[in-house]
Design a protein around this ligand. Sequence first.
Ligand code: NAG
Ligand code: NAG
Ligand code: CA
Length: 249
Amino acid sequence: MNSFGRMVFNYLILTFLCLTLSNAITLTKTRSTFAKFPKWNACVNSSISFEFKTSQASGLLVYTDDHGGFDYVEVMLVDGRARLRMNIVDGKDGTVVITLGERLNDGRWHRVKVQRHRMETTLYVDSYHDSRVAFGSDFNFGNIETNNHVYFGGIPNSFYQSNKPLNLSLPSVYFETRFEGEIRNIIYGNCTCRPQRATMLDSNSVSREPREACDEKNDCGTCLCISDDDGPGCQCVGFDCPLGKLPFI
Ligand SMILES: *[C@@H]1O[C@H](CO)[C@@H](O)[C@H](O)[C@H]1NC(C)=O
Ligand SMILES: *[C@@H]1O[C@H](CO)[C@@H](O)[C@H](O)[C@H]1NC(C)=O
Ligand SMILES: [Ca+2]
């Protein structure tokens, strides 16, 4: 192929990719893949949810922690299943592990939600869910001031400094397989009764194009925007609560 032919060929490949990709953030697996998101205020009644699509059987979906203390939440794909590992009590024996779903690497969208309700943690994967109760005395998720940000797909290489401990509560997460695929509708139940969409702050080996439907156009006002393959949609249920913190927190 001459150089013009190659150019046309590349153009066609690019166009094809753009037409087949759905609107989401697209992560490519490299040694430095990560997508940094705002902190999650994982107070006693809170949640974090997102949708993913991949053909890879294993990889890190999401992680955050209390910056090297005890508390962490990690959701990974392990052999096509979603595995939650979470600790909220200050002591290593409070870890809850929940594994759900199978063949989630089928190239279709799957929805994951981690919900905290005091001692109980629930993992939702599509239409399935399972819960575990952690026993202990401290149910706070670290301290929002010092907690790490939320990372999708991998942990930034900047966490690694030779001869220094990793400031991670579950240090193994740094070495996990990076995620390859797409992620959309990242929504936090951020210690308020109104769920909020989260926006990416920083990334490596991640493309934001084509942008998510709700990032292109969001006419939902005070309701929640959910990106679908056909465009944005609004979800207004459960929005009759006042803004601000829940009374018992
Ligand atoms: C608080 O907990 C209740 C009961 O589990 C749940 O219905 C509600 O959605 C939770 N609120 C948040 C912000 O997660
Ligand atoms: C959640 O709350 C924390 C602390 O209040 C804030 O820093 C963060 O930006 C919030 N996240 C989102 C997605 O709004
Ligand atoms: Ca704790």
